[in-house]
Design a protein around this ligand. Structure first.
Ligand SMILES: C[S@@+](CC[C@H](N)C(=O)[O-])C[C@H]1O[C@@H](n2cnc3c(N)ncnc32)[C@H](O)[C@@H]1O
Length: 286
């Protein structure tokens, strides 16, 4: 009798333990997630890369973590300045991101636009080689500039007399008559519509340097000619300098300035087709 009762008690406890295990397993499974929503870094997405919260980092992002974790050189923009573009990239990526200048920030910009297109335009061919040695999968082009910083004032006062620089007629590809137009860029730069444009080059701190006049003018033309929906986000660094500020006010326009942090200005430029005649289209960029 005693043996019979303890046998049924044992069976009861084994049953309870098994039920507990099953309920626990179901609870843990539903908490960890199903399909691709994993909370633990234990699953792969088929590409061999481990998934965290349903997100697969790209090779470039993983390389960027290693690079910045072990490099003593950091990008020049402050955290506050970088955060402005970071916030826009979070909402727009994967997107088309055009960056004037190759630097210690290039791997970061490419990584913040995963599966998008990030292209760098650099004036100095030797610097392109140096940077690409450490970042072979960055997409960079050497770009010739036709200006010198010392010409900034003269270019600004004379561009209005060249009809092919006017806001209603300006274009870039082959526009050799407008000295502010970047007329000889790689074809893919003209073919794509750029969602974000970062101007942190060319150099503009000595008289013979190219200055950023043509980059600012050309970014304004690209943004105004956009056919897709939404504005073009243009970020301009070093706005503490006279020429950057003057050209930004002439071509990117105060009314389009949406944020200013440190030495960075963020503009949202609507396509010219969306701007009414009352806004001065035809005579002024602003
Ligand atoms: C004003 S810097 C901006 C650099 C970038 N924001 C960064 O954090 O590295 C832009 C230009 O300076 C030049 N440059 C930057 N670092 C350089 C270096 N270490 N050696 C030579 N040229 C450099 C390149 O021509 C580049 O396009």
């Amino acid at each position: 009798m005693k043996n019979g009762r303890s046998l049924s008690e044992k069976t009861f406890f084994i049953g309870v333990a098994l039920a507990g295990l099953i309920v626990g397993a179901v609870f843990v499974y539903s908490f960890i997630g199903s399909g691709k929503n994993y909370l633990l870094c234990s699953q792969t997405d088929g590409s061999g890369i481990r998934a965290i919260s349903g997100y697969s980092p790209t090779e470039t992002q993983l390389r960027a973590i290693l690079h910045y974790a072990t490099s003593k050189i950091v990008p020049q923009q402050s955290l506050g300045e970088v955060t402005i573009s970071f916030d826009v990239l979070k909402s727009r990526a994967p997107c088309n991101f055009l960056v004037f200048g190759l630097g210690h920030d290039s791997l970061m910009w490419t990584s913040l636009n995963p599966r998008g297109t990030t292209i760098f335009l650099e004036e100095d061919p030797k610097w392109v080689q140096t940077v690409l040695k450490d970042g072979p999968d960055l997409r960079a082009h050497t770009v010739p500039y036709r200006t010198h910083l010392s010409q900034a004032d003269e270019l600004l006062s004379s561009y209005r007399s060249q009809p092919l620089c006017s806001p209603s007629k300006a274009f870039l590809r082959g526009n050799s008559r407008c000295r502010l137009a970047l007329d000889n860029l790689p074809e893919e730069v003209y073919e794509k519509e750029w969602d974000l444009i970062m101007i942190d080059a060319p150099r503009g701190y000595y008289a013979e340097a190219p200055g950023r006049m043509a980059a600012i003018f050309s970014a304004a033309v690209m943004a105004r000619n956009r056919k897709g929906s939404g504005p073009t986000h243009v970020f301009l660094h070093d706005v503490d300098r006279r020429v950057e500020k003057m050209y930004a006010e002439e071509f990117l326009c105060r009314k389009n300035l949406v944020k200013a942090v440190g030495r960075l200005w963020h503009f949202e430029i609507p396509p010219a087709a969306n701007v009414s005649d009352g806004d001065g289209i035809g005579v002024s960029f602003c």
